[in-house]
Design a protein around this ligand. Structure first.
Ligand SMILES: [Zn+2]
Length: 266
C-alpha cells in the first residue's frame, strides 16, 4: 500500500554521514533532496484487517504538498480501494509513531474539521508516543500535528498501548525506540513466516546494513543503533522478511563482516 512519496534533504536523512558516501546509494536532486516513499502495510490476520501507517494523507494544502515535494498518482485510500478495501473495512490502524508522514492519513477533512478516516477502526498508538506528541517541544512540534490524531481520541477510537502488545496470535506491536523514545514496529511471527514492518528504525537500505548510518531526525541515535542491531540479529535468526516504509524494500538479512547485508526477496 502506498501514499506516494515526498522529497527530503539528503543530508538530514543520512545524519553525520558525508554526502560523498551517501550519494553512492541515492542521487539527490538539484535541491539536495532524495525521495522518501510513504508505504503502508495491510495485514489480514485472525479475521482482522489491520493497516500500519497512513502516510501524509489528504489534508496537506497545495503549498505544503509542493514544499514537501509530494508525488502520488493516488493516495492511500484510493490505493486501498483499488484492492477492494474501503475505509470502513479497516478494524485496526497502527502508527509506529506520530510524525506527520506516518499518521497524516489517520484523519480526513470534512467540512473543514479533521475526522477519523477509518470510521470503524481502533487506532493503536504507544502511550509514551501519545504523551510526547501531545506535549511537543521546540524540536518536535513541526511534525507532531494535533489534527492528525486528536480527532481519534475525541471519537473514542484511540487505544493506547503500554509496551509490546499482541494484536492477533500472529501479529504484535514491538517497541523499537531511537527515532522517537516510544517508536514501535509491527512483527508478524507465525510458525511458518516471520516479517517486520520497521517504521522509521531506518529509512534507506544502507542504514540497516551499517548500524552507524543514522538519520538526523532520530531523537536518540545511540538507542537507534542498538535497536537496529537487535532487529538485524533477530531477522537473521528467524529468517524474517524486513519491510521498510521509506524505501520499497522487502528483504532478508545476512551478516556481512562487521555489517549486515539486505538481500531482496522476489
Ligand atoms: Zn518517517
Amino acid at each position: 500500500m502506498s501514499d506516494g512519496l515526498f522529497m527530503m534533504d539528503g543530508g538530514a536523512v543520512f545524519g553525520v554521514v558525508p554526502k560523498v558516501l551517501w550519494q553512492r546509494e541515492v542521487k539527490a536532486d538539484d535541491l539536495n533532496r532524495i525521495p522518501l516513499y510513504l508505504q503502508s502495510l495491510l495485514i489480514r490476520s485472525a479475521g482482522k484487517t489491520i493497516l500500519v501507517e497512513t502516510g501524509y494523507g489528504s489534508k496537506l494544502t497545495p503549498r505544503q504538498a509542493e514544499m514537501f515535494g509530494l508525488q502520488r498518482e493516488r493516495g492511500l485510500v484510493e490505493d486501498l480501494d483499488a484492492r477492494g478495501v474501503s475505509p470502513k473495512d479497516v478494524d485496526i490502524v497502527i502508527n509506529t509513531h506520530l510524525h506527520a508522514d506516518h499518521c497524516g492519513g489517520n484523519t480526513t477533512l470534512a467540512a473543514g474539521q479533521a475526522v477519523p478516516t477509518f470510521p470503524n477502526a481502533e487506532y493503536w498508538i504507544q502511550r509514551g508516543e501519545w504523551q510526547d506528541a501531545t506535549h511537543p517541544n521546540e524540536r518536535t512540534r513541526a511534525t507532531y500535528l494535533a489534527d492528525n490524531f486528536q480527532a481519534v481520541e475525541a471519537s473514542g477510537q484511540l487505544r493506547l498501548l503500554d509496551g509490546d502488545t499482541k494484536v492477533t496470535p500472529d501479529v504484535k506491536c514491538v517497541l523499537s525506540p531511537g527515532h522517537t523514545r516510544h517508536h514501535q514496529s509491527v512483527v508478524v511471527d507465525s510458525i511458518s513466516h516471520a516479517a517486520v514492518f520497521v517504521g522509521d528504525i531506518a529509512q534507506y537500505k544502507v542504514q540497516f546494513e551499517r548500524l552507524a548510518w543514522i538519520s538526523s531526525f532520530d531523537l536518540e541515535p545511540l538507542v537507534s543503533l542498538e535497536t537496529k542491531r537487535g532487529l538485524m540479529d533477530w531477522a537473521i535468526q528467524r529468517n524474517a522478511i524486513v519491510i521498510a516504509v521509506h524505501q520499497p524494500l522487502i528483504c532478508r538479512v545476512e551478516k556481512a563482516g562487521p555489517n549486515y547485508r539486505l538481500v531482496s526477496v522476489d
